[in-house]
Design a protein around this ligand. Sequence first.
Ligand code: CU
Length: 466
Amino acid sequence: MNRRDFFKLAGAGVALSAVTRPALAALPEIVSADNANTQALLYPDTGRPYNPVVTLNGWSLPWRMKNGVKEFHLVAEPVRREIAPGMVANLWGYNGQSPGPTIEVVEGDRVRIFVTNRLPEKTSVHWHGQRLPNGMDGVSGLTQPAIEPGKTFMYEFVARRAGTFMYHPHADEMLQMAMGLMGSWVTHPKDPKFMAVDRDFIFLLNAYDIQPGSYTPKISTMLDFNLWTCNSRAFPGIDPIVVRKNDKVRIRVGNLTMTNHPIHLHGHEFTVTGTDGGWVPPTARWPEVTTDIAMGQMRAIEFVADEPGDWALHCHKSHHTMNAMGHDFPTMLGVKQGDLVKKIRNLVPDYMTMGETGMSEMTDMAAMMDMPLPENTLPMMTGTGQFGAIEMGGMFTTVKVREGLKRNDYRDPGAYTHPKGRLAREYNDEDKLPPATQAPAQKHATEPALEVKVRKPGAHDEHSAH
Ligand SMILES: [Cu+2]
């Protein structure tokens, strides 16, 4: 399929009154995405060669080469983003989606980025982590005047350092980032063989507070967000990371939420090979299965995908693998509720409790309690695997390791087929469970009487008294 098929030109149907016609002619065309699918790799047809990245549930922005300068055109604008099937959010983004498209350049490239503001308020773009002239750093008021609505600004600098970066506004920052205005940036090394991997993925961690039944994030929320997303997608809306067995895999993650996220990979150890500051020297790396990504940080992790299967990749804060629902319900484990809930709901229609045996039953709570979910609201725990409910939402996806995939095939291969005898199963013997016995008391092999001398602080002893 032609990559062009994925895109529509944003010109049609969009008011261009903000930008004057002669100015528009000199600007690079506006390329826009109208859906949240992971798009095909964007291979460079001009400039230095590089190995492109896959933006999870996103895409990379095409450029035009003008007198040796790579020119990109970002348009900050209100967008509608599908968070997962069944829920759409009114966000702010770039070029049709939130987050905006990934910008890919090569170390040493001269880059010119036109930024058109179609938001109702002023904005700016900060190129997070880059070496650049101070006046290109995008901090409104400090390093430049803000970009007023309808205006287009031009940023220009040389991408001096290879690595993983982000871009986001530095104007009314809290509101604009709570609305989803952000994007990823990769500066590839000049030598495509340096740190080369077989598959290279990138996404941003972001979070929203969208109350059940509504479409627009609350922008003053400090910590109590209810939608934890990767590239503004919540599980099961996040695409799987599909790799071939024995591929060397890199996953680049940036955090633009208001809290940290310990990102955990199942089945493999990885090393952190890149941070905000660049590549980690090989002698300074150590193996991990979880790496904490603080606010404003980026991490590149790498591993060899040598264990076939469907491996979970998720934030280890367990309330970050849940979707929006009330979090103020009481713990009812072991409490016999009978038809109490129904009686209370006669008085308090929205009353909900956690189940008496746990929360799994909330997966089909709507049916159980004869209560439909509010409009435009994702179930709290959702997603279905080949063995039933996964009971996850939020920052959760899978790394699908398969043999026999084609070189550029990133399509979801479906559920993993487990080899015979390599799947957890019910123990089904005729024998009864053995009776429980007391754990034996711990005994030391030899128990010499220990003499402990206690020296009280301040007490005069032979060291302090002269
Ligand atoms: Cu998290």
